[in-house]
Ligand binder design. Structure first.
Ligand SMILES: [Mg+2]
Length: 176
């Protein structure tokens, strides 16, 4: 049960997921959550830092797809200026969007990584779909109302995971 909430890595931010680290693992594509993973849930557009990170991945031939439970307008507003493919209303933690994302990216489970800030949606969904998932600290501590209940449940699960040794890592993305 708890295994389904375990990320392959837990890092301070998405920017720790570097092209170099991904290439070492043979990863060709990134699926990423939007709200509180790339930008604050109440910010509309990418920051310069987010744009630089996305471009650095793309220069390394690593494709990026945004997968969010938020609505079409929110996700399109962020993705369209960047020319990024996306899946809105993804219904994470159901695995459908993960399967669809891999199909659109033309990759297998071994060639993709999911990045997200929530155990209940990003981590659980990716694990259900057999996709390795990197958990990041949320960009800001506040959340949209719909997320608050998830955060409460998450804090309980997180306590247990931390007792079992889960820690935010600096530096290397994966230990193994
Ligand atoms: Mg999020």
């Amino acid at each position: 049960m708890l295994k389904r909430f375990e990320p392959v890595a837990y890092v301070p931010s998405a920017f720790c997921v570097t092209p170099e680290a991904l290439q070492k693992k043979g990863i060709r594509a990134v699926m990423t959550d939007l709200d509180n993973t790339l930008i604050e849930w109440n910010r509309a557009h990418a920051t310069d830092e987010v744009i630089d990170w996305i471009r650095s991945l793309q220069r390394a031939n690593i494709d990026v797809l945004v997968m969010s439970n938020n609505n079409e307008e929110r996700v399109r507003t962020f993705c369209e200026p960047l020319g990024l493919p996306y899946i809105a209303r993804a219904n994470k933690p159901l695995k459908g969007a993960f399967v669809e994302g891999m199909r659109r990216l033309g990759v297998t489970r071994d060639e993709v990584v999911m990045i997200g800030d929530q155990l209940m949606t990003d981590v659980l969904g990716a694990n259900r779909a057999g996709v390795p998932v990197v958990l990041v600290l949320p960009v800001v501590q506040s959340d949209a109302k719909a997320t608050k209940f998830n955060r409460f449940v998450e804090s309980k699960i997180m306590n247990t995971l931390q007792k079992r040794g889960l820690r935010v890592q600096e530096g290397e993305l994966w230990n193994n």
